[in-house]
Design a protein around this ligand. Sequence first.
Ligand SMILES: Cc1cc2nc3c(=O)[nH]c(=O)nc-3n(C[C@H](O)[C@H](O)[C@H](O)COP(=O)(O)OP(=O)(O)OC[C@H]3O[C@@H](n4cnc5c(N)ncnc54)[C@H](O)[C@@H]3O)c2cc1C
Ligand code: HEM
Length: 391
Amino acid sequence: MTANALVSPIPSSQPRTDSPTAVSTMVRLVRESFAVVEPHAEEVAQFFYGMLFTIEPSAREMFPANMQVQRSRLLRALVHVVQMVDRPDDLVPFLQQLGRDHRKFGVVSTHYEAVGMALISSVKKFAGPAWTDEVERAWAEAYTIMARSMLDAAAADEGPAYWPAEVISHERIGWEIAIVRVRPHYPVPYLPGQYVSVEVPQRPRLWRYLTPANAPRPDGTIDFHIRGVDGGWVSRSIVAHANVGDTWKMGPPMGRISVSRETSRDVLMVAGGTGVSPMRAIIDHLSQWGQNPHVHLFIGGRIEEDLYDVPALQSIAAVNPWLTVVPVVEEAGIPGTEQGTLADVVTRYGAWGDRDVLVSGSPGMIRATVSRMLVAGTPLDRITYDPFTVD
Ligand SMILES: Cc1cc2nc3c(=O)[nH]c(=O)nc-3n(C[C@H](O)[C@H](O)[C@H](O)COP(=O)(O)OP(=O)(O)OC[C@H]3O[C@@H](n4cnc5c(N)ncnc54)[C@H](O)[C@@H]3O)c2cc1C
Ligand code: HEM
C-alpha cells in the first residue's frame, strides 16, 4: 500500500453510508484482526513508533522525550477509534475536534500518511495468517475515514492551534487535589462542560485533558480542579509543583457534555471525583438565570475527602431552587451522604427516563454508571458522556 492510498480514496469525512453492510464488514475485519495482535500490544507499539519515526523523523519531537512513559498512548487511541468507525454520529464530531486539537502538535497531512502506514504495517506484522488483502483494505479504509475527518476539520479551523495561559493561583485542597486558576493570553471559546488538552512546563509534551470548572468569565480566567492520581506523571506534578507565573498551553475545546436551556426535559448529572468540573461549569452558567430545567446532581467519591466541593455546590443550590445536590460516598457512616457507588445510588431512584442524563468521571466510573442505568431502563439516547477518551 502506498502512503497516498491512506488519505486519497475517500472523498468526504463520512463513512460510506450508502452501504451499511460494507461498513459493518470493514469494522468486523478490523476488530477480528486486531484481536489477534492484541496479546502482543507492547511489541506492536514498539514496532509502530520505530516505523513512524523512521518514515517521518520530524514526528519524533512531538512525542515525549521518554517514550517508555507512554509508549502506547497514540496507538491505543488509534485502535480504539478505528473500531468505532461504524458509529459515525458519535465519531465524526469527535474526530473533527481531535483534528483541530492535533494542530497543537504541528501535525500536517504527511504525518497522517506516515501514521497510517506505521499502523497498518504494525498490525500486519503481528497478525500472521489473519492478515489478508481484504483485511488490509478494511484497515486502510477505516484509517482513511478518520484521517480525512481530522484533516478537513484542522484545515477549516481559523483559531489558534493552542492558547498560552499564565497560572495566577494554585490552591491545595489536602494531599491529592489542587485548584489552579489560569489567565489565557486571549479568551478560550469553550462551552460550559467542554474540556481542553493541557501541557504544563514541568512535563513537556505530556498533554493531558482537564476540564474548566467555571463558565467563561469576562476576564477569561479558568479554574481547573486536578486530582493527583497514584503514579500519575502529570497530575501529581501539577498538584505538587505548579507555580504562579508558569505558562501552560491549552488546546482547542472538546467534548459534548452540555445543557440547553431550551430543553423541556429536566437534567440528571452524575459526577465522580474531579468529573464534577464539567457539571460545575454548566451549573455556574445556568445560575445566571432564575429559571432553568431542574438539575439533580449526584456527586460521588470513594471517601469523604473526595467530596471537597460539595459545600460550595450546596451553597449554590441554597439560592437556586432548580438545583438539587446529592453527595454519595462508598465509605459507610458519613452523615449527610448516601452510601454506595454512584451506579448503585443513582439507579436506586429508578430509570430517570424523563431526564437528559450527563455522566462524567474516570472511564471505569462512566462504564459502570452507564451500563447500570441501561439495565435500569434509562434510554441510551438520553445519556451523554464523552465516549472516546482512553485512560
Ligand atoms: C475528558 C477528560 C477530562 C478530564 N478532566 C480532568 C479534570 O478536570 N481534572 C483532573 O484531575 N483530571 C481530569 N482528567 C484526567 C486527566 O486527563 C489525566 O488522565 C489524569 O490526570 C492522569 O494523568 P497522569 O499523567 O497524572 O497519569 P498517567 O501518568 O497518565 O497515568 C498513571 C496511572 O494513573 C492511571 N490513571 C490515568 N488516568 C486516571 C484517572 N482519570 N483516574 C484514575 N487513574 C488514572 C493510569 O491508568 C496509570 O496507571 C480528564 C480526563 C478526560 C479523559
Ligand atoms: C486518524 C488519525 C489519528 C487519531 C484518531 C489520533 C488520535 C489521538 C488521540 C485520541 C490522542 C490522545 C490520547 C490521550 O492523550 O488520551 C492522540 C495523541 C497524540 N497524537 Fe494522535 N491521532 C491521529 C493521528 C496523529 C498523527 C498523524 C500524529 C503525528 C504524527 C499524531 C500525534 C499525536 C501525538 C504526538 C499525541 C500525544 C502523544 C501521545 O499521547 O502519544 N496523531 N492522538
